[in-house]
Design a protein around this ligand. Structure first.
Ligand SMILES: *Cc1c(COP(=O)(O)O)cnc(C)c1O
Length: 421
């Protein structure tokens, strides 16, 4: 595979951008391919190579790249202005769509990213309860702000503590173990009446893909209720992906607050905090808890989001369900033929393959998987025109644009890659 143009661009990029990229997870060795354009399930690089894309912008691209309906809506909006600084009807319409779909959502505040959403949701929880401490899970990623960048997943998984985060900012972040009830009980007992919220990724999507054990989310709902703790489900990945109403509908557990990002903006930057009216109303200007943004509710993201909601029907989720099942069965068939220790995990259109013989249930159990094998596997897949995220700690995503032919070609590439291990 010829990558000369990417190599040249990378050598220039590192002089102007740290590591040559604008988000750490995008850098991989020896250098990433530079993209020229994307359409449907495919990415095309500057050397004319084509890749079936399972990274999908790390989650947002649920309907494939440059979806026709989203492109059309965005073009129309572009002509009408891109930043108003005053409210528009579309913001109300998208908020209504979120409220209609998502069980816990009675009211919505839009912002610009998942990071902003979790930052604001945690401030809201702290403001309402008058408590400072929060519980997050080891390996959970909730964006790149100080409070949650403590044992995070995604691009920071396994790295040492990030310099620049004041001890005072991190000391109020208590760490729990996913799928473990005892670790939550212990933290709550040791910090009685001091915990503002528990924030959880309902399916751990930033250390691959780890579903909750049966009853675990219900347990979190009950114990937070009993202790006056606000329960936040971070659906930045799962929202609008695994079901119309997200993971909370899928697992039938209703939190107090939910955070969204990724898919909601139809490929444009967005974030949102939603939940019980009595809580969301506490945001300024109806309440005292400050939350703001120049681009919040910007017309490009909102109009693309509305076009997206039009596409996300019950039938859409049924098709995605079938595709997810077909995908995992195909992968298991390939792996079953070879003598390799592996685990395939997944829910709906989220999947991961781990090179380990142990069951993966939390951060501890994935910390020691065979990442060397993963690297080899990743690079051979790439050479064979299949792009998955370059880290064992990211999820493999499917879009509605992936065809059966794409998936079958991917199984062949996987077989080639795995035989090399
Ligand atoms: C991606 C992600 C975030 C952060 O969203 P950004 O838009 O990158 O700031 C937060 N939470 C989860 C679960 C995510 O996967």
């Amino acid at each position: 595979m010829n990558l000369d143009n990417s190599k040249k661009l990378y050598e220039e990029a590192v002089n102007y951008l740290p590591g040559g990229v604008n988000s750490p997870v995008r850098a991989f060795k020896p250098y990433p391919f530079f993209v020229e354009k994307a359409k449907g399930s495919k990415l095309y690089d500057v050397d004319g190579n084509e890749y079936i894309d399972y990274c999908l912008g790390y989650g947002p691209i649920l309907m494939g790249h440059a979806n026709d309906k989203v492109v059309e809506a965005s073009k129309m909006q572009l002509e009408l202005g891109t930043d108003y600084g005053v409210p528009s009807q579309q913001e109300v319409e998208l908020a209504k769509e979120v409220v209609k779909r998502v069980p816990c959502a009675e009211m919505v505040r839009f912002c610009n990213s998942g990071t902003e959403a979790t930052m604001s949701a945690i401030r809201l929880a702290r403001g309402i309860t008058g408590r400072d401490k929060i519980i997050k899970f080891e390996g959970a990623y909730h964006g790149a702000h100080d409070t949650v960048l403590v044992k995070p997943g995604s691009g920071a998984a396994g790295l040492p503590d990030c310099p620049g985060i004041p001890e005072d900012a991190a000391k109020n972040t208590l760490l729990a173990c996913f799928n473990d009830e005892e670790s939550i009980r212990k933290l709550i007992n040791e910090n009685k009446d001091e915990i503002a919220c528990i924030i959880v990724e309902p399916i751990m999507g930033n250390i691959g893909c780890i579903p909750p054990r049966e009853g675990y989310l219900e347990f979190l709902r009950e114990i937070t209720e009993e202790n006056g703790i606000i329960f936040i489900i971070d659906e930045v990945i799962t929202g609008f992906r695994i079901a119309k109403g997200g993971a909370q509908e899928y697992y039938d557990v209703t939190p107090d607050l939910v955070t969204f990002g990724k898919i909601l903006g139809g490929g444009f930057p967005i974030g949102a905090i939603a939940g019980k009216r009595e809580f969301i109303e506490q945001f300024a200007p109806s309440g005292k808890i400050y939350q703001a943004g120049t681009f919040s509710g910007n017309p490009m993201s909102i109009s693309a989001g509305l076009a997206t909601m039009d596409i996300l029907t019950d039938k859409f989720y049924k098709d995605m369900h079938d595709k997810g099942e077909y995908f995992r069965k195909g992968i298991e068939d390939v792996l079953g033929k070879l003598k390799i220790n592996y685990q395939v995990t997944g829910v709906e259109s989220m999947t991961e393959v781990y090179f380990t013989e142990n069951e993966v249930i939390d951060y501890e159990s994935v910390k020691n998987v065979d990442t060397k094998s993963f690297d080899k596997y990743f690079h051979t897949l790439l050479e064979n025109g299949v792009f998955i995220a370059p880290s064992q700690y990211e999820c493999i995503f499917l879009s509605s644009a992936h065809t059966t032919e794409d998936l079958d070609n991917t199984f062949d590439a996987m077989e080639t890659a795995l035989k090399k291990l």
